[in-house]
Design a protein around this ligand. Sequence first.
Ligand SMILES: N[C@@H](CCC(=O)N[C@@H](CS)C(=O)NCC(=O)O)C(=O)O
Length: 289
Amino acid sequence: MTADYEPPRVWTWERENGGTFASINRPVSGATHETALPRGAHPLQLYSLATPNGVKVTVMLEELLAAGHDGAEYDAWVVNIREGDQFGSGFVAINPNSKIPALVDHTTPEPTRVFESGAILLYLAEKFGAFLPDDPSERAECLSWLFWQMGSAPYLGGGFGHFYAYAPYKMEYPIDRFTMEVKRQLDVLDKRLGETAYVAGDAYTVADMAIWPWYGVLTTGKLYDAAEFLAAEDYANVVRWYREIAAREPVIRGRKVNRISGPAEDQLHERHDASDFDLRTQDKLEAAE
Ligand SMILES: N[C@@H](CCC(=O)N[C@@H](CS)C(=O)NCC(=O)O)C(=O)O
């Protein structure tokens, strides 16, 4: 692969292009191996990883539980996307798109599968009547921001993050293009959060849960180590909103679930019970060995 690339008439797949994730990406969909999904005791089964898209859902589930919705008890299982778990037959059956997060609700007559993090947030919000306004205008504002995130994040992750952090060498053109777009998106969000406490208005909603792990965490440098490059501190309203949400107990808990890297005390690989946060984080498991 070189910088003076001329596309051939018909593209062909080269297995190794050097970028991070190159060894697991393929130009076709579907399962690569037979693997059944595990199932725990709770009605909701989550198959995920603590990436920004995964954290949206574990934060929502912890928020629901903290708000007294006991029916939101869940088992969370790790899908290690760097090892290709997303291409196991059991996972592909619940998400033909092979990406985390995916949820199965066993309370319905037939199990209900839900994939796409935005769809999962909306499914849970409707199921429990929480974190989504009832008033039609307020609901429309919330859904607008939820879908804004779903449409915008691929520019941040697949565009900016890929070329800034994961591509095999630094390329000015795509980094410029996607940096411009991400800064524009941060400015959209910053202006909105200069008007309202939360993105959809006065109340904390699924829109905040969707946007925060991406654009909020981006301002801390923990995503792509890009806070300085993006001059993230300039987006003062986003930083204010990031910090307020980061201090919420359910957010602190939700961020630990299905996390398999970073400080051991922040990693709860599998979550099956509320007590796991006290007893089964990696620091505790390692100390017990
Ligand atoms: N639009 C999807 C995106 C999900 C997504 O891209 N998940 C990533 C991790 S954040 C993944 O599973 N990647 C594995 C792969 O691409 O093979 C959603 O929001 O759920």
